[in-house]
Design a protein around this ligand. Sequence first.
Ligand code: PHE
Length: 510
Amino acid sequence: MSTERSKWSSRSAFVLAAIGSAVGLGNAWRFPGLAAKHGGGAFLLVYLIAMLVMGVPLLMMEIAIGRKMKQGAAGSMRGLNKKLEPIGWAAVANAFVISVYYAAVFAWVLLMVVKSIDFAGMTGDTVAASQLWLTTIKTTGAVSGIGVLPLSLLAAFLVAWGSIYYCIRNGAASVSKVVKYTVFIPVVLLLVMAVNGLRMPGAMDGVAKFFIPDFSVLGNAAIWVDAVGQVFFSLSIMMAVMFAYGSFLERDSNIAVDGLIIAFSDMAISVLAGVVMFSTMGGVGMLDKISTSGIATAFIVYPQAIVTLTNIGWVNVIFGMVFYLCLATLAVDSAFSLVEGVSTSISDKFKLDHKKTTLNISIIMAAMGLIFLTGAGLAWLDIVDNFTNQFNMIIIGILECVAIGWFFKTERVLDEINLNSQKWKMPGWWFNTSVRFAAPVLLVFLLVWNVISLIKAGGVYGAADGYPLWANIVGGWLITILVFASGYIVKLIAAARARKGLVEDESSWS
Ligand code: PHE
């Protein structure tokens, strides 16, 4: 039977946990990498706009609905209207897929903490440094090149899953204790690295590139797709997490203010990571290489910066270890929030014990994640990451906005957001315009644009990297279909369970 719903121990516990979820690897490599790809400052500007138009209102919306319904994403959407439940499951299913590969990236980070020892013999040798990670994970770069599964990586992966499970084994209550450390340690480390980066000669060129916009690229749709995707990914919205975290909130919490705190802290930490990256790259004279965005940035470009930091090998070793440890602490609370989002929806729906559900789900996710540790892992991760972010997340965004903006009343959600706010309230014009018009219109445009680009590329993502069509179908389209079919699959299971006595939750908004 389901037990008493767990609760945050305090207001700051919730805010910290939400910040912990939001601030993750996305801030440290994805954000600066994308900024570089789009000419630095211009991306920052577009990102800021996307954050205000979509990030802030949609974040508050998810938290508010979660708190009101006291259910994970799926149950929350069901509470608004039974027909909307599949949208919630799509978010849960997409979060499931992301957790499977996010844990693999987490394992790479952990392995790099240990592998930093190799920096001792690489002083000044940027070529060797750029190869370190690739040779460590023994990637073949091809989807069918399974190669070997390095034991050290497997060990790191087990440590990653062990720490994820350890953090959430007791639900929200245990999360509160962990986030106190996982939120502050990385910020302190990033500050140290920023100061270190800024004192290098040439650092200012990097900083200028990061902050001064090049307006000529604003007309390019790609910059908007990347900015919106990054806002969703970075705030952990459209992925069931914020519904679940909202559902552990007390009625007296102030969502309007907390939402702003969460969104702006996340943005501030992204900007801080951007300063670290751009100043360090400027300092070591590698600004032109910075545009290798995505996962490669943290694992290929950062090591090059690290070995050129000082002439003393062991100093670089310590710097590298601290840096990757910092990434690991950023990763852990994001990873466990994903698992928590999935497990909350499932245990709510089927009235299962939350703790056991979390354990079982973690085991299933870990087993599925083994593929990403093989030689073919990097290629598969690239494909899956592309489809979950560029398509699934955008579609879920459209569905959520249309469902809530047009099939439910935004005013009721707004009242819930502003329930306890006195000094600062989320303005109705901002919330309504965003949820009903601006966000869905922009998202539909981006989706169409994405689909057209894919068709132009012959339907194959990553053809230049040698990814074949069949891999796109398995790692992309099939997953997308399953994500959006998940709600109907759950319905069948629920019907079967109902015959064995499961009573579905019928709570509704009013
Ligand atoms: N927001 C996290 C980051 O920026 C990633 C994440 C996505 C976490 C979705 C939870 C849910 O790295």
